[in-house]
Design a protein around this ligand. Structure first.
Ligand code: UTP
Length: 286
């Protein structure tokens, strides 16, 4: 199986980040000097994806503007001789082919994915959640694409989490068939620690097959009145093999306040232009 297209759902309301998300999409919050979604798009490109569909919603125009060319700004920077800045801005406008579709009501991640059916057009596709950043030498979505190609099956990205946090995630019940690769037996959405079959949690990366669309159409709203992707994937398990792959890399849930702050500090420490100053500040006696 070869994956060429990616879908980035970015239509959620971001209630965990209120009040900033009242007027600003959480996918546009800055991690140092780039919006969150820039890192997500970059990961997809590094994995070889050349076609990206972003699911947007009300109040998300800033995302489209960010990836669009800005001729006025380019003209101004050229006039002022700001060559480095100009190069950066031009590169963002030319990153990859990006398409947009609007989810009119935030009815959940499953419903957002359903909006990709036409664009995906019967091909397997990658899904990268627009509020999860994963920093890794080997791009996280590429790690899943490698397994999907080899096993000819859908693959879900997972990470081990402390048992007291399983209630925040979809949890995998699976058999380990290779180091860090599980054949999935069942999926449970946000279980209590007592009912959780494991602490292997679904994080924001998937390689899916197009039969997921029919499964989603048959899925009734689950927890929180939203159409849950995990429920649809659970139903698909009856007819086909599916795998969960432990992703290597550092993940930041930037849709939460603590995750957002951690991402800014740690990613700034990886930047040559900032490392020294930020490290000095962090270690300073106060
Ligand atoms: P989250 O549950 O993290 O997003 O969904 P949310 O609903 O925006 O966040 P909170 O919990 O209210 O703070 C995971 C991903 O799915 C997208 C979100 O944009 C995010 O990337 N999503 C969620 C949609 O595209 N549509 C939806 O209806 C819900």
């Amino acid at each position: 199986m070869r994956v060429r297209k990616a879908v980035i759902p970015a239509a959620g309301l971001g209630t965990r980040m209120l009040p900033i998300t009242k007027s600003m999409p959480k996918e546009m919050l800055p991690i140092v000097d780039r919006p969150v979604i820039h890192y997500v798009v970059e990961e997809a490109i590094r994995a070889g994806i050349d076609d990206i569909l972003i699911i947007t919603g009300k109040g998300k125009r800033a995302i489209e503007d960010y990836f669009d060319r800005s001729f006025e700004l380019e003209y101004y920077l050229r006039e002022k001789g700001k060559v480095d800045e100009l190069k950066q801005i031009e590169e963002i406008g030319e990153m990859v082919d990006i398409y947009y579709v609007r989810q009119k009501k935030p009815l959940g991640l499953g419903d957002a994915i359903l909006h990709a059916e036409k664009h995906v057009n019967g091909e397997p596709f990658a899904v990268l959640l627009g509020d999860d950043i994963i920093i890794s030498q080997n791009p996280a979505i590429g790690q899943l694409m490698e397994v999907a190609g080899r096993r000819d099956a859908a693959v879900i990205g997972v990470e081990e989490v402390p048992f007291e946090l399983v209630g925040r995630y979809g949890i995998v019940d699976g058999e380990e068939v290779e180091d860090g690769l599980y054949r999935i037996r069942a999926l449970v959405e946000k279980p209590s620690p007592e009912e959780a079959p494991s602490n292997i949690a679904i994080i924001g990366r998937y390689v899916l097959t197009p039969d997921v669309f029919d499964a989603l159409k048959e899925t009734s709203p689950g927890k929180g009145g939203e159409i849950q992707l995990t429920d649809a994937l659970g139903a698909l398990l009856k007819g086909r093999e599916m795998f969960a792959k432990r992703i290597t890399g550092k993940r930041y849930d930037v849709g939460s306040k603590a995750g957002f702050i951690r991402a800014n500090i740690e990613i700034s420490l990886t930047r040559e232009d900032l490392r020294e100053e930020v490290a000095r500040y962090l270690t300073k006696q106060r």
